[in-house]
Design a protein around this ligand. Structure first.
Ligand code: HEC
Length: 127
């Protein structure tokens, strides 16, 4: 009996260590291109996963009273609208017929693009 609970405890210790390891990895490397893409797992959080990407690569030009190209971003409603009209994926994928974004910078990593795509595919939750 005692032996059994000890092994249960060690299993949970091992499991929680694993969880910490992966959490940590995600925090450290996030959507970096040379790391496994863990950000697309499960329901992609708008606040935790999508906003940081857009903040880094888009909001600098597309927020405020006169956003570039008259394309407003930076709120859930605005980002969702851009996702729904197809321009968000079109521009970051460098699809034909769209102006490639982020303007004047390298294309987003495939993990970042996949993260945004997953958020859209799951239904653009405000989470
Ligand atoms: C350095 C400034 C800058 C950054 C950063 C930037 N944009 Fe733009 N964006 C512009 C300008 C200027 C235009 C208007 C001219 C054009 O279309 O190229 C534009 C146009 C757009 C358009 C309309 C283009 C079309 O084909 O309809 C969309 C959508 C857009 N940006 C989305 C984004 C997204 C998403 C990001 C981040 C991944 C981003 N932009 C980053 C400057 C920027």
């Amino acid at each position: 009996m005692i032996k059994r609970s000890i092994s249960l405890i060690s299993i949970s210790v091992v499991l929680s260590l694993c969880a910490c390891y992966y959490d940590h990895e995600e925090t450290l490397y996030g959507a970096a291109s040379n790391q496994p893409c863990t950000d697309t797992v499960g329901t992609v959080s708008y606040v935790q996963k999508v906003v940081p990407i857009l903040q880094t690569s888009c909001y600098g030009c597309h927020t405020g009273s006169s956003p570039s190209g008259n394309q407003l971003m930076g709120t859930y409603a605005a980002d969702k609208a851009m996702a729904q009209n197809g321009k968000l994926m079109g521009t970051i994928n460098h699809s034909a017929g769209y102006s490639p974004m982020p303007k004047g910078a390298a294309k987003l990593s495939s993990c970042r693009i996949a993260t945004i795509k997953k958020w859209i595919d799951v239904g653009m939750l405000n989470n």
